[in-house]
Design a protein around this ligand. Structure first.
Ligand code: KIV
Ligand code: NA
Length: 270
């Protein structure tokens, strides 16, 4: 299976219509990537790894070194999906030049196909700068977790007409700047639909609408690894339950000495 290209994903949406929705999930490790790869068009090495893998309180402390290490692991574990790596907080916002240096390092050291950055109108110039220099960029608007301190929390965005209008403007600015796709997160559904209709590039929803051009979820969320998840998460498995059941079973067998059994021990040759 040849790896999907960014132009192929961009071309999924033709004349405003996306016949085959774009399937995206996050991946942070090589093994996770191997398991998800055949099912996905895009694998996102999200800065959500801060909370999901490292137990951090938000994505803000995530470093570029973390993103590069996990991005390279996901690259090694995939062969079909295009891999996108998030630019972490503080590594791209200051200037287009800063963003280019950061994104170029990510592409060099991970072999990924493109990067994602958060922000709308304010990041359009930066997005164009990268895109014109050979770096495919995915935008991310609506609920942008790196701006949590300014937004005041992780609640849904676009409830007021003024905010909805601003977010449509963000989408237009990013699309015009050359975004190959845009993630829209945590917005009221009519706004997700309006943004999808407003731009030519694929719009990928998370807490958006089934009418978006594709969907993304944090893999650990949809696997049922966490007790508390946002409303927009659907749990497709109960992996937390499987892990704690397996650990409890193992612990009981260690304590009653039924593990290891004959099958798990090396016996002298007869
Ligand atoms: O970091 C992340 O996982 C993301 C997706 C949820 C879009 O940015
Ligand atoms: Na992210």
């Amino acid at each position: 299976m040849r790896r999907l290209t960014i132009p192929a994903i961009r071309q999924r949406k033709k004349d405003g219509v996306t016949a085959e929705p774009v399937v995206m999930l996050t991946a942070y490790t090589a093994r996770q990537a191997q398991l998800l790869d055949a099912h996905c068009d895009l694998l996102l090495v999200g800065d959500s790894l801060g909370q999901v893998i490292y137990g951090l309180p938000s994505s803000l402390p995530v470093t570029l070194d973390m993103m590069v290490a996990h991005g390279a692991a996901v690259g090694r574990g995939s062969w079909h999906a295009a891999v996108i790596v998030d630019l972490p907080f503080g590594t791209y916002e200051a200037s287009p030049q800063q963003a280019f240096e950061t994104a170029a390092r990510v592409l060099r050291e991970t072999g990924c196909a493109g990067v994602k950055l958060e922000g709308g109108v304010a990041m359009a110039e930066t997005l164009a700068f990268l895109s014109q220099r050979g770096i495919p960029v995915m935008g991310h608007i609506g609920l942008t977790p790196q701006a949590v301190n300014q937004l005041g929390g992780y609640g849904a965005r676009g409830r007021s007409a003024a905010e909805a209008e601003k977010i449509v403007g963000d989408a237009r600015a990013l699309a015009e700047a050359g975004a190959f796709a845009i993630v829209i997160e945590g917005v009221v559904e009519p706004l997700a639909v309006a943004v999808t209709k407003a731009v030519d590039c694929p719009v990928i929803g998370i807490g958006g609408s089934a009418q978006c051009d594709g969907q993304v979820l944090v893999t650990e969320d949809m696997l049922g690894m966490f007790e508390r998840v946002p409303r927009f998460v659907k749990r497709y498995a109960d992996v937390a339950g499987l892990i704690s059941d397996a650990a409890a079973h193992y612990a009981a067998e260690v304590r009653d000495r039924s593990f290891p059994g004959i099958e798990q021990t090396y016996q002298p040759k007869a």
